[in-house]
Design a protein. Structure first.
Length: 307
């Protein structure tokens, strides 16, 4: 008996992507895993993207025209998806032929994982292998300093998104993927596979190039949220965590707010502190002296700056 719903919903949000769209679509239709539907959501394109999509007669393809609203279109893809899993692919990237098969088998074998990503091979203007940390603990910790999950490789468990009412949020510019990954990581498990799943196109016209400044501001906002999240998790019953939570973190935040240290320095420092405490809760050899010296230095810097 044929399944009522596809195992996977592949989603591509399209916006003026005519130059590379055929390559993207063809890479999905050539997958070794064939039990999927493919939703192409047009976010109000003004080029001939619609014409290109409508040339395809594959019954697995659905074309959905949307008003120009990036976040609204992203959430529409979640609402329309019928698959057990949702696979994201950006409109100028290319799926490796076995991507869906690899991620489907992994998620079926690991029901505790909420979503998984993987490596990307960058091509075009730049060429290199783009890797990321693999295991959940390292992934969520790295979120303090950058986004360690590639949007064009993400493979969501749809039931998890529905159960936890997770969706894309406004106010994060073109880093909405980074934000949703942090929300998943706080309530579920994320992993990356050590496999190239997608070919990522590097060009001057991609969002990361066109909106670099906006993405930087939004990225810092998310990183602050992750620092606050981890600091709130520190246990007051552990004396080193208590010092970090009530002394070190506030002083570092004062330095950041007063521009005495760079944002990048602040996030790296907090990352080192948080990861150290999480890994070595009872190893006090270095933490207490280090925090004491840092706090003293920070308070002296703030005091000196007031004159």
């Amino acid at each position: 008996m044929e399944a009522k719903y596809p195992a996977i919903t592949v989603v591509t949000q399209v916006y003026n992507a005519a130059a590379f769209l055929e390559e993207t679509i063809d890479s999905v239709l050539c997958q070794t895993f064939t039990g999927f539907e493919y939703l192409l959501l047009d976010d109000g394109s003004t080029d001939n993207s619609e014409e290109i999509i409508r040339k395809y007669k594959d019954p697995r393809i659905s074309y959905i025209r949307c008003p120009h609203d990036f976040i609204g279109t992203q959430n529409k893809s979640f609402e329309l998806a019928k698959g057990k899993y949702i696979a994201q692919l950006d409109h100028d990237d290319i799926m490796m032929p076995s991507r869906l098969e690899v991620q489907y088998q992994f998620m079926e074998a690991h029901p505790d994982i909420a979503a998984c990503g993987g490596y990307m091979q960058v091509f075009g203007k730049k060429e290199y292998l783009w890797t990321n940390p693999l295991k959940h603990d390292e992934i969520i910790e790295k979120m303090i300093t950058y986004n360690p999950v590639h949007n064009s490789t993400i493979f969501y468990r749809r039931e998890f998104l529905t159960t936890h009412q997770i969706k894309f949020e406004r106010g994060y510019s073109y880093t909405s993927d980074y934000k949703i990954f942090t929300e998943i990581a706080k309530t579920g498990k994320l992993e990356n596979l050590p496999v190239v799943l997608t070919k990522y196109r590097s060009s001057d016209k991609q969002a990361t190039a066109l909106y670099e400044s906006e993405m930087g501001v939004a990225g810092f906002k998310i990183q602050h949220e992750m620092v606050d999240y981890f600091v709130s998790q520190l246990d007051d019953d552990n004396k080193y965590m208590k010092i970090a939570k009530h002394n070190f973190a506030p002083v570092m935040d004062k330095l950041r707010r007063s521009n005495h240290i760079r944002q990048s320095t602040y996030f790296i420092s907090m990352y080192e502190l948080i990861t150290g405490l999480r890994r070595f809760k009872t190893s006090s050899t270095l933490f207490l002296p280090l925090m004491t010296i840092t706090i003293t230095f920070c308070e002296f810097s703030l005091f000196s700056a007031s004159f």
